[in-house]
Design a protein around this ligand. Structure first.
Ligand code: NAP
Ligand code: HSE
Length: 428
């Protein structure tokens, strides 16, 4: 008789309840693939009385996830509560203290505490797996840590927040303003409890910081990421980008530069004909580039009960198979500190601004850009009824620092109304 892998599952919401459901539905298939049964011993959530559409009566109940993590009849603590700190972190630490393995979907906790948790796990020879934390059902952690382990990774890129991609593509296809589509996404239950995590780019930034750590052998450095959300993207930006053959995506890019690690998560224009440009709705896409393999494109559901539970189960089956791998693909103690790059790759930028319609206005804007070393490639002024003229400028490739200097100088021209929108154009 093979020894079962005993699980304690904390969090029975969208993801946790689905993990329990699949384990109850397909025990033989999962047991055969894992080489031993996966047995849920105990579960925990806030409310014991909530109907979760799954029979919990076979399992012990713990009100306190830390108590669940400390149970010695559990081999793996499955953390599916969420939150960077609080009970998720306390319970994970408690489980690691006694050498239990961890499987989690919690990108926020790992983005903030990944290094300390990885060191704690590895000190106890425990595994900590987090496939579900990045891009839901897409096996991107596995792709980087296993499939591409022999490559020098040159760039990691992707659309990793389904909610933002839904909002941006729906604005374009339905011609609706941001605020309307944001409300729609909220009604559909897409948004995190704190929507700024989604639309502010933070959730996607958490995910990119984890992939960057694996890809470049560096400590997780979420606090060094350049972050910008999609809140200021207007339907005009989307239309004008489309006019020029681009789509706007909340795009993450991580790459090594001469002086450090470049990590940015921000709305960018990407060619409409590129795989990223064609990504619709709540789908995610991750592009990985390696010196030997070239480019790999992974696409699929980045969220939702089934896809996320699928990733949790993959991790659990690996633990049952006794497959051991350092948390970030190499021993946590060997991960390097990566200074934030001061020399982000130059790129062309899209600028939208509103100019007072008077003689010399365009000339003074062109001069402000030119004085900062930013050269104009294309420029359009749109017809208008009032005294403020919508103007669109596409620059030649320039350093972000030069563009920032130009943006700082624009108010002094006395002709620019409000804050210009500046979006990087990523040729991929
Ligand atoms: P959720 O639906 O909000 O569920 C959270 C669960 O945690 C609930 O069952 C809740 O209990 C329980 N919980 C919260 N605080 C607790 C506490 N102090 N003690 C005990 N239980 C507590 O969240 P989710 O969508 O399943 O997400 C879970 C994790 O997966 C998060 O880290 C999330 O970022 C990650 N993730 C989610 C998705 C997705 O599509 N949903 C995708 C990728 C990753 P009650 O039910 O009693 O309130
Ligand atoms: N809020 C996230 C998204 C959930 O929209 O992609 C999955 O991490």
């Amino acid at each position: 008789m093979t020894t079962p892998l005993r699980l304690g599952i904390a969090g029975l919401g969208t993801v946790g309840a689905e993990v329990v459901r699949i384990l109850a539905r397909s025990p033989d298939m999962i047991g055969a693939r894992a080489g031993r049964p996966l047995q849920v011993v105990a579960v925990s959530a806030r409310s014991r009385d909530k109907d979760r559409g799954v029979d919990l009566s076979p399992y012990d109940w713990e009100d306190d996830p830390v108590a669940l993590a400390r149970r010695t009849d559990i081999d793996v603590f499955v953390e599916l509560m969420g939150g960077s700190d609080g009970p998720a972190k306390a319970a994970t630490e408690a489980a690691l203290e006694r050498g239990a393995h961890i499987v989690t979907a919690n990108k926020a906790m790992l983005a903030h505490h990944g290094q300390a948790l990885a060191e704690a796990a590895e000190a106890k020879s425990a595994v900590l797996r987090f496939e579900a934390a990045v891009a839901g059902g897409i096996p991107v952690v596995k792709a980087l840590t296993e499939g591409l382990a022999g490559n020098e990774i040159t760039r990691v890129m992707g659309v990793m927040n389904g909610t933002c991609n839904y909002i941006l593509t729906r604005m374009e296809t339905a011609g609706l303003p941001y605020e309307t589509v944001f409300q729609e996404a909220n009604a559909l239950g897409y948004l995190e409890a704190d929507p700024s995590l989604d639309v502010g780019g933070i959730d996607a930034g958490h995910k990119l910081s984890l992939l960057a750590s694996i890809a470049f052998g560096t400590r997780v450095a979420f606090d060094q990421m350049q972050l910008e959300g999609i809140e200021r993207i207007s339907i005009e930006d989307i239309r004008q980008a489309a006019d020029m053959g681009y789509r706007i995506k909340l795009l993450g890019v991580a790459q090594r530069t001469a002086d450090g690690l470049e990590q940015r998560m921000m709305p960018c224009l990407v060619p409409a004909s590129s795989p990223l440009g064609q990504l619709e709705g709540g789908t995610n896409m991750v592009v990985l580039e390696g010196d030997a393999v070239g480019q790999i494109v992974l696409r699929g559901a980045g969220a939702g009960a089934g896809p996320t539970a699928s990733a949790v189960l993959s991790d659990l089956i690996d633990v049952a198979r006794e497959f051991r791998l350092p948390v970030f693909g190499q021993a946590a103690q060997t991960l390097a500190d990566a200074p934030p790059s001061q020399s982000a790759t130059p790129a062309p930028y899209y600028l939208r601004m509103s100019l007072q319609d008077k003689p010399g206005a365009l000339a003074s804007v062109a001069a402000a850009l030119g004085n900062a070393g930013v050269s104009i490639n294309r420029m359009r002024q749109y017809s208008h009824d009032d005294n403020a003229a919508p103007v669109l400028i596409v620059t030649h490739a320039c350093a972000r620092s030069d563009l920032d200097a130009a943006l700082q100088a624009l108010p002094d021209t006395g002709v620019v109304e409000g804050d210009p929108v500046a979006l990087r154009i990523e040729e991929i």
